[in-house]
Every structure is written in structure tokens, then in C-alpha cells.
Design a protein around this ligand. Structure first.
Ligand SMILES: [Zn+2]
Length: 310
């Protein structure tokens, strides 16, 4: 059965042989549940975060970069901050902060007409790209579609679904014709498609994508999804890449953040509680510092990098 062929926590790339159209399918299982560990999100907020994490992986997969892609929603609404991130090697993390549980899945309602943005940051480079994603529809996939439609990027469509057990998504992207001419193998004996044929194919695959049901995205194997959606097309499915949960927090990063607080505040905190404890927003890991630790990293000799590692 097709179910046996499912690869958990994976990203599959696929390519339409006849047209300059490619796609990605992502599924997050254990990685999504690790991200949710020790969190108690209301379902609507949890699933909104899940869709954002799946989308961040799909968008990261379309880019050639070395760094982190972030989707961030910020506003005054009940869900006042949501961050979903994926690195170039498909490590995901994410967090949502909310004032109260809400039932809506409408991003404008959740965030109080907030702002949605996509950011790409290089690992050690100052260069940074940020784009504003219009809240053009209730759900993230619709907002991202509007974003791609109005920006100078490749035409791109996404379908997203998240639930407690997993987060899933599919992306289709129309490539420049030149991408096809470079080819991936032997030249095709068929005549290349005309621009009109490519336009038609792009319209058609989007309509077919719209017939994909959330439960199909969640339960069917990648091969079955592609066969079911595009039975008339020759679609090449590539070997999957693993997707996993990983946080980039470290004791050193926390120390740098604490230094910025200033020595007076830190010593006051120590006097009151005997130690300083910081929890990572993304992974909930606790970092503890006693008086000796604090004095050590506050001393002028302490330079970043020389801290003892946990
Ligand atoms: Zn962390």
C-alpha cells in the first residue's frame, strides 16, 4: 500500500518533465511534535504555527542560501507574535505567543491586522532580505500567493495543513524557460512546449493542486499524491531530504543577551533570586547562572567565546 512508502520528516523535490515547473512536498512529524513539546497551544494557534513552519521549510527549499528563512507575524491581536524558521539544511523551529485562545484561523483576526514578513538571513553575513507579505486572505497560503504575485519572484503557490500529529505542505513553482533548457539529463526527443503551452500547464497544475484535500496531504505518500493530482503528467520525484527540529540557542548567546541588560540589573536579580534563569523561547531549554557565572561574564577580561560551555 502507498502508506508504507511515506517518509516521515522529509522534504521531497519533484519536477514536471515536460514543463519548467517544479515542486516540493514537506511533512513534519516527530520534528513538529518536538517543536510542540512542553507547549500547550490552543488548537487554532498550534495549527497556524504548524502551517507557518511547513511553509518556512518549503520556501527555504526553493532558495540557494546559507542561513535561516523566517516567517514572522506580529500584531496587537490575541496571537501577538508568531515566528517560524527553517535553515538551509532544513532545521526548523518556531514559537507562538498569545494572550488568549481564539477559534479563528484568519491571520488578520488572530494578529489584529498585524504584519507578516519573510526574512532571509545569512549565517555569518550581515546581508538580509526582508519582504512584507500582505494579509490578502485568511490563511497563510493565500497571503504567500499574493506575496509572490506582486513581487518580482518566480510564480509560486503553496498548500498547507497542520494538526496535532503533523504539519504538511506542497509548493509549486514556475521556473524560467532557461531552467529547462539547461536540462537534467539527455535532451528530450519531444519538441519543447510553446509559451502558451507552459501558461496552460501552469494554470492547470494550480487548479489540480487546489483539489488536494488536507487529509490527503497528511496521509498519502508523496508518490500517491503526485499520481493522484497529476495523472497525465510525467513527474519526476527525487530522493527526500530529512527535516528536523533544532534550536540555535546556546549559553554564549544567552550570555550576550544578559550582558546587554547591564550589571546593575543582573546583580539585583541575583540578590533577589540567588541565580539567573533564562528559558529559550523556541525550545524551552533553561540556562542557569549563579553569582560566580555572572561575575565571570561581567568581568572585563571575559570576551565572548571564552565562556565555559555547558
Ligand atoms: Zn532554544
Amino acid at each position: 500500500m502507498s502508506l508504507a512508502m511515506r517518509d516521515p520528516d522529509s522534504l521531497h523535490r519533484f519536477l514536471f518533465e515536460r514543463y519548467p515547473i517544479r515542486g516540493h512536498l514537506v511533512r513534519l512529524d516527530a520534528s513538529w511534535r518536538a517543536l510542540l513539546e512542553r507547549r500547550d497551544y490552543p488548537p487554532a494557534i498550534r495549527d497556524t504555527l504548524g502551517e507557518a513552519v511547513a511553509a518556512s521549510a518549503l520556501l527555504a527549499a526553493t532558495l540557494k542560501f546559507d542561513g535561516t528563512l523566517s516567517l514572522q507575524l506580529q500584531g496587537q491581536g490575541p496571537l501577538y507574535l508568531l515566528v517560524a524558521q527553517c535553515t538551509n539544511d532544513l532545521a526548523v523551529r518556531g514559537v507562538a505567543r498569545y494572550r488568549e485562545a481564539v477559534d479563528s484561523r484568519d491571520l488578520s483576526v488572530l494578529s489584529g491586522k498585524g504584519q507578516l514578513s519573510v526574512t532571509v538571513e545569512g549565517q555569518d553575513l550581515p546581508q538580509r532580505y526582508q519582504g512584507v507579505v500582505p494579509l490578502a486572505g485568511p490563511r497563510l497560503a493565500e497571503c504567500l500567493q499574493a506575496y509572490f504575485d506582486q513581487s518580482e519572484q518566480l510564480p509560486t503557490r503553496l498548500w498547507l495543513h497542520a494538526e496535532e500529529a503533523g504539519a504538511y505542505g506542497m509548493l509549486l513553482q514556475r521556473l524560467p524557460v532557461s531552467a529547462m533548457e539547461q536540462g537534467n539529463g539527455a535532451p528530450s526527443p519531444r519538441t519543447p512546449p510553446s509559451p502558451e503551452e507552459i501558461d496552460d500547464a501552469w494554470r492547470r497544475v494550480q487548479l489540480l493542486g487546489d483539489t488536494l484535500k488536507p487529509e490527503e496531504l497528511a496521509t498519502l505518500s508523496e508518490r500517491t499524491i503526485l499520481r493522484r493530482l497529476f495523472p497525465e503528467d510525467d513527474v519526476r520525484l527525487f530522493e527526500p531530504a530529512p527535516v528536523f527540529f533544532r534550536c540555535r540557542c546556546s549559553r554564549e548567546r544567552v550570555i550576550n543577551m544578559l550582558r546587554a541588560l547591564g550589571s546593575d540589573d543582573l546583580r539585583a536579580l541575583l540578590a533577589e533570586r540567588g541565580k539567573v534563569e533564562v528559558r529559550c523561547d523556541f525550545c524551552n531549554r533553561a540556562y542557569e547562572f549563579d553569582a560566580v557565572d555572572v561575575e565571570h561574564f561581567l568581568s572585563p577580561q571575559a570576551t565572548s567565546g571564552s565562556e565555559r560551555r555547558h
